[in-house]
Design a protein around this ligand. Structure first.
Ligand code: BES
Ligand code: ZN
Length: 608
C-alpha cells in the first residue's frame, strides 16, 4: 500500500515537473500572483524618443500571497497604485545583465488590480526609433521587438512565455502617424491620433508589439492584408498576393486559424529579423520583397507560428525548438501545398545546408546543438540558432517518415488542439508523443537522442532536390572550364536555383569566371538573398573590390541574418578589417539593438 502511495506521489511530482518548470529568464512568481489582463495607455513622443503612460493590470493571486513580481529593464517607474487610487508599496530586486530589475509590488488581501505609471528610457532595447532618412516615407518611425526578453524594456510585465494574459491598448500618436499593434487594429488613419487595439485571446508578453509610422493598409483577401509605408505598398501587395491561400492551406493541414485576421506589416529595412510572428500582425523585413515572390516562405513561416508558438507556446526559452522546429516543418508543408513538392524540397535542401554549417560552426559536440537547451545565466538570444529551426524540423520529418504522413498529420492537429493557449515543455511533448503515436523502443531512443544529445543523429534523412541536382551539374561545368553558362540549362531557373548556384561556387574564381559572374549584376540584385550570397562569396575570397558593395548593403539593411555574417566575414579578412570596424562605428546607431549588440559582441570576441 505504502509503495503504491509513493508511486502515485512520485508520478504526480513528475507531472508537476513536466508542467511547471521555472523560467530562468523571468522574475515572475506565477504560483503567487499572475497578470490576467493588461490595459495600456501610451503616448508616443518622437522628439524625446520616449513612450510614456500607464499600465493597468488585472491580477489573479493565491489567497495567501502578498506580492506580485514583474520584470522591468531600464524603465522609469513613476507611480504604483491600487484600483481605489491609493499608493502601493513597491521595492526592487537585484538588477542583472540582460534580465533587468525585478519589481516587487505589495498586494493587499483583496487586491485584484494595479496600475503603474511609467516611461521608457534610452535603454529600451525593444524599441527602435528611426530617423526620417531610414524610412521610405522620410518620416520618423518606431517599432518594437519583444522576443525573447525585451518586452520588459517597454512594459513592466511578467515577461515569461509560460504566462499568458489578454490585453488592450490606447496609443496616442502625433496626427501624421498611425499606430498598429499585434491585436485587433482599426486599419484606418483617424484625425484624433488615438488608436485602440484589443487582444481578447491570452498571449505571452513577448508577442505584444507596436509600430508607429506613416502607414497605409491594403486588403489582400477576406482575412488578410498588408500595412506598409506608401512608397512600398504596391510592391508589398504584389509580393504577398498569396497570403490568403497560405492561410487556407494552413487550416487545411492542422486545424482552424483561431486569431481572426492575419495581416503583415512591412517595416523599414533596419528591422533586425526576417519576420516576427506578432499575433494577427506579422512584422516583416522589406528584404523579402524580391519582385518575383521568391522569398515568401517567410510569410508561410510567420503564419505557421499562429499554431506553433502563438497557440502552443514554448514554456520557457530552453524549449525554443518547440516554437521554431515545428514552425519550419509547418512552413514547408504550406509551401508544398501551394507550390508543390519540388518547391518544398528546395527549401529542405537549403535548410539542411544551414543545419550542417551551424553544426560545423558550433562543433557537433557543443551543448548548444541539443534541441532542449540550457540557457540559465545566459542571454537566451545567444543560444538561439538554426539548430532549433532545422534540427527541430528534421526530427519532425523523421517522425513523419516513421509513422506515415496521415498519422503524423492527425498527431499534429491533436497537439495544437490539446495545448492551445498553453505553454509546453519538451518533456510534456515527449509524453504526448508517446501516448499518441505507438513508437517502438528503438524509435523512442532515437527521439531521445535527437532532443537531448548534441549533433545530428545518423537517422536524419539527407534531403534531395532534383531542381538543385541540375544546378550542381551546372556549377561543376562552370568550375571545370565550361564558363559560358549554358543558356539552355539555366533558362528555366528561378531565383532559388541562382541562389543555390552562388552558394555552391568556390571561393577562388579565375579572372574569366569572375568577369562573367560580375555581368550577372548580383551586387545590385533586388533579391536580398542573392545579393547577400554573392557578397559573402567575394568577401570570403578576400576580394577587396567587394568592400564598397558590402558597405552599401550594410548601410541599407539591418537584418541580423545578413549583417552579422557579413561583418564577421569582413573582420576575418586582414585587408578589410579596419574599414569594417570603421563602417560599423559609423552605422551602429542605425541598427536595432538586437543587431548592434550581436555585431559588437563579435568584434569583441575577435579582438581577444
Ligand atoms: N520568432 C522568430 C524571430 C525571433 C527568434 C526573434 C528568436 C527573436 C528571437 C521568427 O519567426 C523567425 O524565425 N524569423 C526568421 C525567418 C524564418 C523564415 C526562419 C528570420 O527572422 O530570419
Ligand atoms: Zn520562427
Amino acid at each position: 500500500m505504502k509503495c503504491i502511495v509513493r508511486i502515485i506521489l512520485l508520478l504526480s511530482c513528475m507531472n508537476l515537473s513536466i508542467h511547471a518548470q521555472p523560467d530562468p529568464h523571468s522574475a515572475a512568481r506565477p504560483s503567487e500572483a499572475v497578470i490576467t489582463h493588461l490595459s495600456l495607455n501610451l503616448e508616443v513622443d518622437f522628439e524625446a524618443k520616449r513612450l510614456k503612460g500607464k499600465a493597468t493590470y488585472r491580477i489573479d493571486k493565491s489567497p495567501q500571497s502578498r506580492e506580485i513580481w514583474l520584470d522591468t529593464r531600464n524603465l522609469k517607474i513613476e507611480d504604483v497604485r491600487y484600483a481605489d487610487g491609493s499608493k502601493a508599496n513597491y521595492s526592487w530586486g537585484e538588477e542583472k545583465p540582460f534580465l533587468g530589475k525585478p519589481l516587487r509590488v505589495e498586494l493587499q488581501p483583496n487586491t485584484n488590480s494595479l496600475s503603474i505609471e511609467y516611461s521608457t528610457t534610452e535603454g529600451a532595447e525593444a524599441i527602435q526609433w528611426l530617423e526620417p532618412e531610414q524610412t521610405q516615407s522620410r518620416k520618423p518611425f518606431l517599432f518594437t521587438q519583444g522576443q525573447a526578453i525585451l518586452t520588459r524594456t517597454w512594459i513592466p510585465i511578467q515577461d515569461s512565455p509560460g504566462i499568458r494574459f489578454t490585453w488592450d491598448a490606447e496609443v496616442k500618436t502625433p496626427l501624421e502617424f498611425m499606430a498598429v499593434m499585434s491585436g485587433r487594429n482599426i486599419q484606418k488613419r483617424n484625425d484624433t491620433g488615438v488608436y485602440s487595439v484589443q487582444m481578447e485571446l491570452p498571449v505571452p508578453a513577448y508577442l505584444i508589439a507596436l509600430a508607429v509610422g506613416d502607414l497605409q493598409f491594403t486588403p489582400i483577401g477576406e482575412r488578410c492584408g498588408v500595412y506598409a509605408e506608401a512608397p512600398t505598398m504596391a510592391k508589398a501587395a504584389y509580393e504577398f498576393a498569396d497570403m490568403e491561400k497560405m492561410l487556407l492551406a494552413a487550416e487545411g493541414l492542422f486545424g482552424p486559424y483561431l486569431w481572426g485576421r492575419y495581416d503583415v506589416l512591412v517595416l523599414p529595412p533596419s528591422f533586425p529579423f526576417g519576420g516576427m510572428e506578432n499575433p494577427r500582425l506579422t512584422f516583416a523585413t522589406p528584404t523579402i520583397i524580391a519582385g518575383d515572390r521568391s522569398l515568401t516562405a517567410l510569410i508561410a513561416h510567420e503564419l505557421a507560428h499562429s499554431w506553433s508558438g502563438n497557440l502552443v507556446t514554448n514554456s520557457n526559452w530552453n524549449d525554443f525548438w518547440l516554437n521554431e522546429g515545428f514552425t519550419v516543418y509547418f512552413e514547408r508543408r504550406i509551401m508544398e501545398a501551394l507550390y508543390g513538392p519540388d518547391y518544398a524540397q528546395m527549401l529542405e535542401v537549403l535548410g539542411y545546408g544551414d543545419l550542417t554549417s551551424t553544426l560545423n560552426e558550433l562543433g557537433s559536440d557543443s551543448p548548444d546543438t541539443r534541441l532542449k537547451l540550457s540557457l540559465e545565466g545566459r542571454d537566451p538570444d545567444d543560444g538561439m540558432s538554426d539548430i532549433a529551426y532545422e534540427k527541430g524540423c528534421f526530427l519532425l520529418c523523421y517522425l513523419e517518415e516513421q509513422v506515415g504522413r496521415p498519422a503524423f498529420d492527425v498527431f499534429l492537429t491533436r497537439y495544437f488542439k490539446e495545448f492551445a493557449f498553453k505553454g509546453i515543455t519538451t518533456e510534456r511533448f515527449i509524453q504526448f508523443l508517446h501516448k499518441q503515436l505507438k513508437l517502438s523502443e528503438e524509435q523512442k531512443a532515437v527521439v531521445q537522442r535527437w532532443i537531448f544529445s548534441p549533433g545530428l543523429p545518423a537517422e536524419c534523412k539527407v534531403p534531395n532536390s532534383t531542381r538543385f541536382d541540375n544546378v550542381q551539374v551546372a556549377v561543376q561545368q562552370f568550375i571545370s572550364g565550361n564558363e559560358a553558362l549554358n543558356i539552355q540549362s539555366t533558362s528555366g531557373w528561378t531565383s532559388h536555383e541562382w541562389l543555390f548556384f552562388i552558394r555552391n561556387l568556390p571561393g577562388t574564381l579565375s579572372d574569366v569566371q569572375l568577369a562573367l559572374l560580375l555581368k550577372m549584376g548580383w551586387y545590385e540584385s533586388g533579391n536580398s538573398e542573392i545579393r547577400f550570397a554573392w557578397l559573402m562569396n567575394r568577401v570570403q575570397a578576400g576580394d577587396t573590390a567587394a568592400f564598397p558593395h558590402a558597405a552599401r548593403f550594410l548601410s541599407e539593411v539591418g537584418r541580423r541574418k545578413f549583417v552579422l555574417p557579413l561583418y564577421t566575414a569582413l573582420l576575418s579578412q586582414a585587408s578589410m578589417r579596419n574599414e569594417a570596424i570603421a563602417l560599423f562605428r559609423d552605422q551602429a546607431s542605425r541598427y536595432h539593438a538586437v543587431t548592434r549588440n550581436s555585431v559588437e559582441e563579435r568584434i569583441k570576441s575577435l579582438k581577444k
